[in-house]
Design a protein around this ligand. Structure first.
Ligand SMILES: Cc1cc2nc3c(=O)[nH]c(=O)nc-3n(C[C@H](O)[C@H](O)[C@H](O)COP(=O)(O)O)c2cc1C
Length: 348
């Protein structure tokens, strides 16, 4: 077991006495200090171990040091990119970034169920806004693929959502390697309705128009989907995406399905209220969605697998299913920073 995995075994019980957002704040403060210490990132890189060159791959015209990436939502403001790279991630999806700053939902809005490796969140796109994040991205490290996950502001009605995605795109796209359209968060009222073919088609057409205007045609766009779609809905959505001219899909976001929680914990989870669930229990749903999508798209549409992946075997299974890349979030919270190298090593 690596030093980082062992160290986190000692740190986790302390961190988990704190509210999830407080623990997040402490971890980010430590990350910022490390980034500012001369040589700090280099030491972390040496401790974590870097991905084997055999893991390198090209997807959507981009070069990834490893197919393992950090999913959206953990580093919404692109604050710790050097740290993620030092831990061995091949890519990081920052965001969701909204065009204008917004606070997100009232706290508490994030809860852990450690015995099941699950997280419930209703963050609601707390975002510093696209301008601030775009400026920070100008100092991003080299050798790490960065995706920009964009969404709409809560106050923006669904009918004018395209204008929000365009505004966020104009700020973020010039600073990142790919764009992810988040139309699948359950925590912004009405957002998931943008997945419906009649809403999705004009949204994608409009955004592709903006991409052409900005001469960014070479930069891939991914659409991130929910795990809660019936297969007939999913098929229709995938058809629209594949025909639209965008390059890829990400599946999945968090689930609204409380059935993935054990009987023993369900009452507690229901008492916490609204939000999306992620982590181990999401794996089966995400896998079913992934397999359904991969059966229906041609190999020139790129696919990122996300949802409940918690070790090297899960990552390998997703890649063997035909995914080009994999993303993790919840497993990192429960297993700590040593997990990145453990998955990379297993993939070799
Ligand atoms: C606290 C939290 C915040 C999240 N925020 C976002 C977000 O802003 N945008 C997004 O596309 N996904 C967000 N997600 C979803 C993750 O990117 C991912 O799709 C989901 O957690 C499933 O992966 P996992 O089971 O590995 O965690 C968030 C997840 C968590 C737990």
């Amino acid at each position: 077991m690596s030093f980082l995995l062992k160290a986190y075994d000692h740190l986790r019980p302390v961190l988990f006495t704190l509210q999830p957002e407080t623990a997040h704040g402490v971890a980010f403060a430590a990350g910022r200090v490390l980034q500012q210490c001369p040589g700090g990132v280099k030491v972390l890189e040496a401790m974590a171990g870097q991905p084997s060159p055999s893991l390198a791959r090209k997807v959507g015209g981009l070069s990834f040091a490893t197919p393992l990436g950090l999913a959206a939502g953990l580093d919404k403001g692109a604050e710790l990119l050097p740290v993620w790279k030092a831990l061995g991630f091949g890519f990081v999806e920052i965001g969701t970034v909204t065009p204008r700053p917004q606070p997100g939902n009232p706290k508490p809005r994030c809860f852990r169920i450690p015995s099941e490796g699950l997280i419930l969140n209703r963050m609601g796109f707390n975002s510093e806004g696209a301008e601030v994040v775009a400026k920070r991205l100008k100092r991003r490290p080299k050798g790490l693929v960065v995706g920009g996950n964009i969404g709409k502001n809560k106050v923006t009605p669904e009918e004018t959502a395209l204008e929000d995605y365009r505004a966020a795109y104009r700020w973020i796209a010039p600073e990142v390697d790919y764009i992810a359209l988040n139309i699948s968060s359950p925590n912004t009222p009405g957002l998931r309705r943008l997945q419906a073919p009649e809403a999705l088609k004009p949204l994608l057409e409009g955004l592709l128009h903006t991409r052409r205007e900005m001469a960014l045609e070479a930069q891939p766009i991914f659409v991130k989907l929910a795990p809660d779609l019936a297969f007939d809905e999913l098929d229709a959505i995938v058809e629209v995406i594949a025909a639209s001219g965008v390059e890829g899909l990400i599946a999945t976001n968090t689930t609204l399905d409380r059935g993935i929680v054990s009987e023993a914990q369900r009452k507690q989870v229901l008492a916490w209220g609204d939000g999306g669930l992620s982590g181990v229990g999401l794996k089966a749903k995400a896998q079913a969605v992934r397999r359904r999508i991969l059966e229906r798209i041609s190999s020139d549409v790129c696919f990122m697998a996300c949802g409940g992946l918690s070790d090297g075997l899960d990552a390998r299974e997703a890649l063997d299913d035909g995914a080009d890349l994999v993303q993790i979030y919840s497993a990192l919270i429960f297993q700590g920073p040593g997990l990145v190298n453990a998955i990379n090593a297993r993939l070799v």
